[in-house]
Design a protein around this ligand. Structure first.
Ligand code: NAD
Length: 489
């Protein structure tokens, strides 16, 4: 019997599917099989998308009210939930993540993102000033937010739908039109979202999708296009710096969520069981492919052995396997290419003197999964902050455990990085928790928890980890520009 043809994932422009100038394969990291073909957008297709977005701003969408846009966002959230199993299937097909993780994290958060920004835009205050002049006159100043315009949205593969909707929801809330470029590894959910946004009643051209790679492909064509008004990007730091150069040519604003090398600090008074559960989650969730994941764990020397043993025990309980097996806790890495990178760090760690406490290699999961991108969850001891594996982002299920003796030393070690995204402090002394969290040179510091988010709070990184903040009003500041009106009274 012949196999059914693979799905063909097309670009989406001005409310319709559009073929590309070439095709590439969407490959499953579970077993290396091709799961779809993807239409790659050339410069002409990207140009069509940018023009369609601009046209939509000149039509009814350009004068849409906040109330209408908030309603649209809520309808999109409802439609995502109504078709949630299709999103689960799309994300699982592209990423190989456990189904339960996709259902509970990625798809649930996508709907939440739209609802959260519907609430934020509906309650966003206007800033106004009553100005008293020396001569007795008065003036009323008020700032009216306008959309930024056509926004290029470029996202990575690790949380494809979650990170995409985290940008698209506030962009639409503020009345922008977007051209989205999902990662070449995960083209499916952005394309499915196009259908949902149309079903929810957005005008054609407000949400466009172009597929392809970065350099010499859709990513570069989009960021270099003179018709875009800003770029919002999540991905690697070095890609961010390339995009910044492209944006500079027309002096366009950028919002960047980039890489990290996040630290956890475990004090001797931490509640050990809760800390170990939280730490293990922060190292291994999504096979370590969350920008917030912990890759450096500084542990007070008096409890170092206990923490190391407890983490190893939790790592040993992880079950690598197919996404639809209910016992699976951990999927593959995104691709063979990424596995090569992570594996090379596993080798480098040994060369740098690491004691391998857990894992350290490529697992043997049987012939069916041999073509996949599987990697063992891994823990190291015996390294310090001079090791490259302790300084460079790996983006896999791995952490180095390093002892410390004093609070000042822990803070110094945790802050000894060019990145500055997230940190977690584990202690039962809340006074110390506040104190140390505030000394972390990061965008987000947690105390006795990790990845607990209020979507209104600022999200972003310092240093090599990014530019700007997302979340609630912070996102609105990027996606809108104020016009100040001054009326003499
Ligand atoms: P990446 O930078 O390789 O790719 C991200 C996106 O940029 C993809 O869509 C890619 O096609 C596109 N791209 C690549 N080169 C480009 C170019 N020259 N011009 C325009 N577009 C280009 O990142 P990745 O490997 O997909 O994702 C992993 C990285 O993302 C990690 O570094 C991780 O820390 C980071 N990340 C950060 C956050 C955060 O919130 N700070 C969240 C998730 C992931």
């Amino acid at each position: 019997m012949s196999k059914p043809p693979l799905p063909d994932i097309e670009n989406f422009i001005d409310g319709a599917y559009v073929a590309g100038s070439g095709v590439f394969d969407d490959v499953s990291p579970v077993d290396g099989s091709s799961v779809a073909t993807v239409q790659e957008a050339g410069a002409d297709v990207v140009d069509m998308a940018v023009r369609a977005a601009r046209k939509s701003l000149e039509g009814a969408w350009g004068s849409s009210s906040v109330t209408d846009r908030a309603r649209l966002l809520r309808r999109i959230a409802d439609r995502i939930e109504a078709r949630s199993e299709e999103f689960v299937a799309a994300e699982v097909r592209d990423t190989g993540k456990p189904e339960s993780l996709v259902r509970d994290l990625d798809v649930a958060r996508a709907a939440m993102n739209f609802r959260a920004f519907a609430d934020t835009i509906a309650s966003s205050p206007l800033s106004s000033y009553l100005t008293d002049l020396a001569d007795g006159r008065q003036a009323l100043n008020y700032a009216v937010p306008k959309p930024l315009g056509v926004v290029a949205v470029i996202v990575p593969w690790n949380l494809p739908l979650l990170l995409l909707t985290w940008k698209v929801a506030p962009a639409l809330a503020c009345g922008n039109a977007v051209v989205v470029k999902p990662s070449e590894e995960t083209p499916s959910s952005a394309t499915l979202l196009a259908e949902i946004i149309m079903e929810a009643g957005a005008p054609a051209g407000v949400y466009n999708v172009v597929h392809g790679f970065g350099p010499g492909s859709a990513g570069e064509f989009l960021t270099a296009h003179p018709g875009i008004d800003g770029v919002t990007f999540t991905g690697e730091t070095k890609t961010g710096s390339t995009i910044m150069r492209a944006a500079a040519s027309h002096v366009r604003p950028v919002s960047f969520e980039l890489g990290g090398k996040n630290a956890a600090i475990v004090f001797e008074d931490a509640n050990i069981d809760a800390t170990l559960d939280g730490l293990a989650r922060s190292i291994f969730l999504n096979t370590g492919q969350v920008c917030l994941c912990t890759e450096r764990v500084y542990v007070h020397s008096s409890i170092f052995d206990e923490v190391a043993a407890g983490l190893v025990q939790r790592g040993q309980k992880l079950r690598l396997g197919r996404p639809d097996e209910p016992t699976t806790t951990t999927g593959p890495l995104i691709s063979r290419q990424h596995r090569n990178k992570v594996s090379s760090y596993y080798d480098l760690a040994v060369a740098e003197g690491a004691e391998v406490l857990l894992g350290g290699g490529v697992p043997n999961l049987g012939a069916d999964l041999d073509g996949g991108a599987w990697i063992e969850p891994t823990l190291w001891a015996g390294l310090d902050n001079t090791a490259r594996v302790v300084r460079e982002e790996i983006f896999g299920p791995v952490a180095a455990l390093i002892p410390f003796d004093t609070e000042d030393e822990a803070v110094r070690l945790a802050n000894d990085t060019d990145y500055g995204l997230a940190a977690a402090v584990w202690t039962s002394n809340l006074e110390r928790g506040h104190r140390v969290a505030q000394r972390m040179r990061v965008g987000m510091a947690w105390v006795n928890t990790w990845y607990l988010r209020d979507l209104r709070s600022p999200f972003g990184g310092n240093g090599l980890s990014g530019i700007g903040r997302e979340g609630g009003e912070n996102s609105l500041h990027f996606y809108s520009i104020p016009t100040n009106v001054c009326v003499q009274l």
